[in-house]
Design a protein around this ligand. Structure first.
Ligand SMILES: Cc1cc2nc3c(=O)[nH]c(=O)nc-3n(C[C@H](O)[C@H](O)[C@H](O)COP(=O)(O)O)c2cc1C
Length: 382
């Protein structure tokens, strides 16, 4: 069935599935292990019920919010997603433009395709930068300096990836493998996707990790970059390293990948400005709890002392409302923005963000609340 007028996140997912080579679609879509945490992220949102209220004056509903010092048209930011420039031509540059046109923050991943200055040129306003702790601390400092130099003032520091999770779909697609079998498999997935080959594979070059070209000068292709990145994941990182980082980053620091109240309190102690309650979209520890189920206890543990954001399973403006009612100040979305961009380009992403905003406004109206700051547990039914 043709999707002339995609309306929902799952419509964009289907469009992306049609346009992308299988190994790229699976890379976005999949999670770790049996994908149980990925499923729980969605199911636990679906199981939340809201209270419908009537005869409240909801003539002026305002969805605006401020997240990490950035004013937004709704309390939502685009999450860092690696390799977005493989999903659409110069994907990160397109996405930052669409996000800023819609009035929401964009986060550039360490392993994005477009380099910091290309994204800065497209952005026209400060964007957020995501970093992992890599073994080479000089490289960390160099990256921080470059991000600061192009105007980034919010650092999203990801702490839930001491090693990459086991993503079986990637294994089945031969990601990380070499040899004839992989080449044949790759060719069989690429050939039916001529449009992607032309638009992204050819016209989207250079396809390398744009932020890391100075760190990995010898890398000829993405495989070369992956080898470096995989060797650089540092599993020895502790809170002391975060204290080291805190001393060196003068902007706002958000720790992403917190899923436990004790860790949230430690983030507070180390001087983080905010946390992102997250299980990396179910891509790391399969069997970890869903983000939305952990949110209330974590938010309660840290109170108003740090800004609590969350991600994992947010698929609509109604989900944004549910996250706020469960204790978050705002949300990040990962897969939805990449599906929209891959499936329908920048206009698709702009349309999706507009839909999220309309859904949030409608939900607020029906719940009888006019300001996002007033959304709370009292709006949940049960
Ligand atoms: C394809 C893909 C790549 C990702 N790459 C990164 C990354 O480079 N850095 C990071 O901190 N998180 C990364 N994430 C996790 C997202 O930032 C976010 O936590 C997750 O997608 C939220 O779940 P959702 O996809 O259900 O919205 C990635 C997620 C996906 C789906």
């Amino acid at each position: 069935m043709a999707l002339s007028y995609p309306a929902t996140t799952s419509d964009y997912r289907r469009l992306a599935q049609r346009r992308l080579p299988r190994f790229l679609f699976d890379y976005i879509d999949g999670g770790a292990g049996m994908e149980q945490t990925l499923a729980a992220n969605l199911a636990d949102f679906a199981n939340l019920r809201l209270r419908q209220r009537v005869l409240v004056d909801v003539d002026h509903v305002d969805t605006r919010a401020t997240l990490a010092g950035t004013e937004c048209t709704l309390p939502l930011a685009l999450a860092p997603v690696g390799l977005a420039g493989m999903m659409a031509r110069r994907g990160e540059a397109q996405a930052v433009r669409a996000a800023h046109a819609a009035g929401v923050p964009f986060t550039l991943s360490t392993v994005g395709i477009c380099p910091l200055d290309e994204v800065a040129a497209a952005a026209g306003a400060p964007f957020w930068f995501q970093l992992y702790m890599i073994r080479d601390r000089e490289a960390v400092l160099a990256l921080l300096q470059r991000a600061w130099g192009v105007g980034c003032r919010t650092l999203v520091f990801t702490v839930d990836l001491p090693i990459p999770g086991m993503r079986h779909r990637d294994t089945r697609n031969g990601i990380g493998a070499h040899g004839l079998r992989t080449s044949l498999l790759r060719a069989s997935q690429l050939l039916p996707r001529a449009r992607w080959l032309w638009n992204v594979g050819l016209r989207g070059k250079p396809l390398r990790f744009g932020c890391l070209t100075e760190q990995v000068p010898g890398a000829r292709d993405l495989e070369g970059f992956w080898a470096w990145v995989n060797a650089q994941f540092d599993a020895s990182v502790t809170w002391r390293d975060i204290a080291w980082l805190r001393e060196r980053w003068k902007g706002r620091l958000l720790l992403k990948g917190i899923l436990d109240a004790e860790d949230a309190r430690a983030a507070l102690d180390v001087g983080a400005d905010g946390i992102v309650v997250s299980n990396h979209g179910g891509r790391q520890l399969d069997a970890a709890a869903s983000s939305i189920s952990k949110l209330p206890t974590i938010a309660q543990a840290v109170g108003a002392q740090v800004e609590v954001l969350m991600d994992g399973g947010v698929r609509s403006g109604t989900d944004v409302f549910k996250a706020l009612a469960s204790g978050a100040r705002g949300v990040l979305i990962g897969r939805p923005w990449v599906w929209a961009l891959a499936g329908a380009g920048a206009p698709g992403l702009r349309a999706l963000l507009a839909t999220f905003q309309r859904e949030l406004k409608l939900t607020m109206t029906m719940a009888g609340v006019t300001r996002v700051a007033d959304i709370g547990a009292q709006h949940l039914d049960g």
